[in-house]
Every structure is written in structure tokens, then in C-alpha cells.
Design a protein around this ligand. Structure first.
Ligand code: ATP
Ligand code: MG
Length: 297
């Protein structure tokens, strides 16, 4: 369950040869569910003795699933193996140097804090789709197509890439969206705001100000970034004690040119209006706000 914590701990005990074996297995998994030993050897370019020694080691560490039911023995990465490879790359690139505690559990991801060498703290989001939610899996089914044997790896990698690309794009607008720091495989690293979701505040000082701030930002992102959030609500906005906000969770975002963009945009605005309306009695007219988005665009 705490795969990534275990992976981060074990990373320190692994040799570069162990990593190379895991990467060889990963490479083979593009073609088939299990990578046969001869292919692991081929991709790693190690002699057979070294290959077998390393395989045995990483298997004992718990990164692999072994299959001996066919006519040749093969291995695949389990999710901890995949976590390990992603962490390893992020550490190599010096994007991060340490994993911190769990910050939050989403529907389809776990989010941890992490640190780089200069002790900057970031949020690390690790995609775990297929665990509880099937909503998005449906969306990706057409992309996965025939490659069903690698669906989890692929879907999660794709999700991370997609959210990262969106973060990169909207970050240029200089608003309250997380600065993208780095990504690898199914993990993204981004700016962290120490606070909690709006939903968990019993009361806030100036709800009208916060609401306007959110709406204005969504409008700029729509108009200048051509992006609609798609899952806006009190759980995807972090606020700190000073009233600073961070609009997170951009996986569901879509381009404003998408045929459904305006329906989704309306839903986003309605979610926010409903929340501020019922909790803080703030007046919020969805249609009026929507007009300011569509007009003069
Ligand atoms: N940049 C961040 N700074 C601080 N906390 C964060 C950050 N990103 C995520 N979190 C915490 O992690 C939780 C889950 O993150 P997020 O909403 O991005 O994932 P999710 O809900 O799984 O996504 P999805 O809606 O795609 O399923 C957040 O509710 C929040 O508590
Ligand atoms: Mg969320």
C-alpha cells in the first residue's frame, strides 16, 4: 500500500546495475506483459550471470512479478518497481532528493511532499489510476487500445504527462496554479502550498474576495490559456492562512475549443457558485459570470 515510501527507502540500497535490470524489464514490457530473461539480458547488455544475479536481487527486494507458466520465464515490474524507476530518475535529475509525508489522497492519486537539495519543498503527485476510479479509465481506453497488457503503466504515465503539460502551459500566465518542477513516468513534482482545501475551512475571512479571485483566474486561464479546468470545486483549491490560494488538479482540463468546453466551464462555475452561495451566502450568478468569459474572447 505504501509502495512509494518503501521504494524511496530501498532506492538507497540499490546499485546502478539493479536499476538497469529494472529498466530492461520495463523496456520489454512494451512488447509483452512479461519480459523473458533473454530479452532482459539483451536490453541490459549484461552477461547472463550478471543478469541472473541482478534479477534475483531485485526480485527479492520486491519489485517484480515472475511468470513461469509459459515456455520461458519472464518478469514484469509491479507498481513498486515502477515507482522506484520514476523516483530514481527524479533523483538522478536532482529534481528531488527526499520523499516526505503524505499530503493527501485523491481519487486517483497520492500526493506526498518532497524536498530538493536546497531544501525547497514541493508536492509530488503519483498517479494510481485503476485503484478505485474507473471514470478516467474509460476516457483512456481508446488510447490504450490493443496494448491492454500495459494499461496501468500506460494510463498513469499518460495522466501525469497530460497534467504536467497543462501546468506548464498555464503557469506562463503567472496565476495561482502550481509551478511545474519536473515529471517522470507516472509522477509529477510541482509547487507546494502549505494549507488545506477550501472545503476543510470552517470559515474564511473574506469569501467574496476569494471567490472573485478564483473566478478571475479561471477567466484568464480560459481566455489567455484556452483551458477549462474541468473539475473545479472546493476540494481542488488549496488555501493557506493568509488567504493565498492554489488551484490544483488539472488532469480533467480541456481546451476551450473542445465541443463540450462551455458545458464543462458552466459546471465548473456552478460548482464554485454553489459552494460559496450555500456556505458563505455570497451572491453568485452563474449565467452572468459565464457571459464575462464568452464575451470579447
Ligand atoms: N500542489 C499542492 N500543494 C499542496 N497540496 C496538494 C498539492 N497538490 C495536491 N495536494 C493535496 O493532495 C490532494 C490530492 O491532489 P489532487 O486533487 O491533485 O489529486 P486527485 O483528487 O487524485 O486528482 P483527480 O481529481 O484527478 O482524481 C489534494 O486534495 C491536496 O490535499
Ligand atoms: Mg482533487
Amino acid at each position: 500500500m505504501w509502495n512509494i515510501v518503501e521504494a524511496a527507502r530501498l532506492l538507497k540500497n540499490l546499485d546502478k546495475e539493479d536499476i538497469r535490470i529494472l529498466m530492461a524489464i520495463e523496456q520489454g514490457m512494451k512488447k509483452s506483459e512479461f519480459t523473458p530473461i533473454k530479452n532482459i539480458r539483451f536490453f541490459s547488455r549484461y552477461p547472463i550471470e550478471e543478469t541472473l544475479y541482478r534479477l534475483n536481487r531485485v526480485h527479492k527486494f520486491g519489485f517484480l512479478i515472475r511468470n513461469s507458466s509459459g515456455n520461458e520465464i519472464g518478469y514484469k515490474l509491479n507498481s513498486m518497481g515502477y515507482d522506484l524507476l520514476a523516483l530514481h530518475s527524479l533523483v538522478e535529475k536532482e529534481t528531488i532528493s527526499q520523499l516526505g509525508p503524505l499530503l493527501g489522497k485523491g481519487k486517483e492519486s497520492d500526493v506526498y511532499s518532497c524536498m530538493d537539495n536546497d531544501e525547497n519543498i514541493y508536492a509530488l503527485k503519483i498517479y494510481r489510476m485503476g485503484r478505485t476510479s474507473f471514470k478516467n479509465i474509460k476516457r483512456y481506453r481508446n488510447i490504450i487500445g490493443e496494448r491492454s497488457h500495459m494499461s496501468w503503466l500506460y494510463v498513469n504515465r499518460l495522466a501525469a504527462k497530460r497534467e504536467y503539460e497543462t501546468l506548464k502551459k498555464i503557469y506562463t500566465l503567472d496565476l495561482n496554479t502550481p509551478k511545474p518542477i519536473g515529471h517522470n513516468r507516472h509522477i509529477i513534482v510541482m509547487e507546494y502550498l502549505r494549507g488545506k482545501e477550501l472545503a476543510y475551512y470552517k470559515d474564511i475571512d473574506d469569501p467574496v474576495y476569494i471567490l472573485n479571485e478564483i473566478i478571475e483566474q479561471m477567466r484568464e486561464i480560459y481566455k489567455k490559456g484556452n483551458v477549462v479546468h474541468g473539475d473545479l470545486g472546493e476540494f481542488n483549491i488549496i488555501a493557506d492562512e493568509d488567504g493565498k490560494i492554489l488551484i490544483i488538479d488539472w488532469l480533467q482540463s480541456l481546451p476551450s475549443s473542445h465541443p463540450n468546453a462551455n458545458i464543462i466551464l458552466k459546471r465548473d462555475i456552478k460548482n464554485i457558485c454553489d459552494y460559496f452561495g450555500s456556505k458563505y451566502n455570497v451572491e453568485c450568478d452563474v449565467e452572468k459570470i459565464l457571459e464575462t468569459f464568452i464575451k470579447e474572447n
